[in-house]
Design a protein around this ligand. Structure first.
Ligand SMILES: C[S@@+](CC[C@H](N)C(=O)[O-])C[C@H]1O[C@@H](n2cnc3c(N)ncnc32)[C@H](O)[C@@H]1O
Length: 272
């Protein structure tokens, strides 16, 4: 049966982007505003966070809800390996497809809560400011899907708006003011919810960081649109959670490693 709730959330984001594009302003500005602004700075912070979590240049990254390419732009100068960006808004995906000059990378439209990648193929699966726009049950399904595509030593990294942190409370107040409107949802989460999801999915919560405490080691200083400059450590604004496969899954993955290696070799030779 069709999930009309999910359809309407995706529809809200599409409508929001359409409105921005039709408002007559600069297209680049619209593409940057559509995913929350601070395009260059947040992109650098997201990239440096993944590097701090162990991302190597030849890894494979999956960027769910990649939007207009805030992460893929700076990542393209670091990552020689593969990249898959997915989103539900076609106009957003067109932007990095043209501006990020990596014909080997994939930017794909998805309709449901799926990641179009084979099992155990990704070193990092990230969701930056994506669970912020989904119902909790949808985020849970996406985590299950992320676990499916994650390699044994891989990491799932996501950002979230946290109930416990007062500095994001104005966003909650905006949600209250927007009740009944078409504005995209700004979902809040709590750490005990994340811990429960991880437990039920056999995932391990490796790290959680407050969104306002600089903890991301930076390749170079990053200046925000507000004028604030992070020198050595940066913060995304949203809190960050890092999940990995639990011991149980690691043990199972090790047993399947040979098979994974074979299917990778097969995919490579089939593509050549
Ligand atoms: C605030 S933007 C963040 C974009 C990007 N991750 C970044 O950090 O710049 C949220 C993105 O999530 C996308 N999105 C919303 N629902 C989604 C879903 N069900 N699956 C994939 N992406 C979704 C939106 O279209 C939008 O591009």
């Amino acid at each position: 049966m069709e999930d009309t709730g999910r359809q309407s959330e995706q529809g809200r984001y599409r409508k929001f982007v359409k409105h921005l594009l039709e408002s007559g302003g600069d297209r680049d500005d619209a593409m940057h505003q559509a995913i929350g602004g601070d395009f260059e700075a947040i992109g650098l912070l997201e990239r440096d966070l993944l590097v701090a979590q162990g991302l190597r240049p030849d890894d494979f990254v999956i960027d769910v809800g990649c939007g207009s390419g805030r992460l893929s732009a700076p990542l393209s100068t670091y990552l020689t390996g593969g990249y898959l960006g997915t989103d539900v808004v076609p106009e957003l995906l067109d932007y990095p497809r043209k501006s990020v000059e990596r014909p080997d990378w994939r930017f794909e439209l998805v309709e449901g809560l799926t990641i179009p990648a084979v099992d155990s193929s990704a070193d990092m699966v990230c969701f930056f400011s994506v669970f912020t726009h989904l119902r909790h049950e949808e985020s849970y399904c996406y985590l299950r899907e992320a676990k499916r595509v994650l390699r044994p030593q891989g990491r799932i990294v996501f950002s979230f708006l946290e109930f416990a942190l007062d500095y994001v409370w104005p966003v909650f107040e905006t949600n209250v003011a927007n009740i009944g409107s078409d504005a995209p949802l700004n979902q809040f989460m709590s750490r005990d919810g994340i811990t429960s999801w991880a437990r039920h999915l056999d995932l391990k919560v490796s790290e959680i960081h407050d969104g306002d405490v600089p903890a991301i080691p930076l390749a170079k200083p990053v200046s925000m649109e507000t004028g604030h400059r992070y020198e050595q450590l940066g913060a995304l604004g949203q809190s960050i959670a890092v999940l990995s496969l639990s011991k149980y899954d690691l043990a199972r993955a090790k047993r399947e490693d040979v098979l994974v290696g074979c299917s990778r070799m097969y995919l490579t030779s089939a593509a050549a």
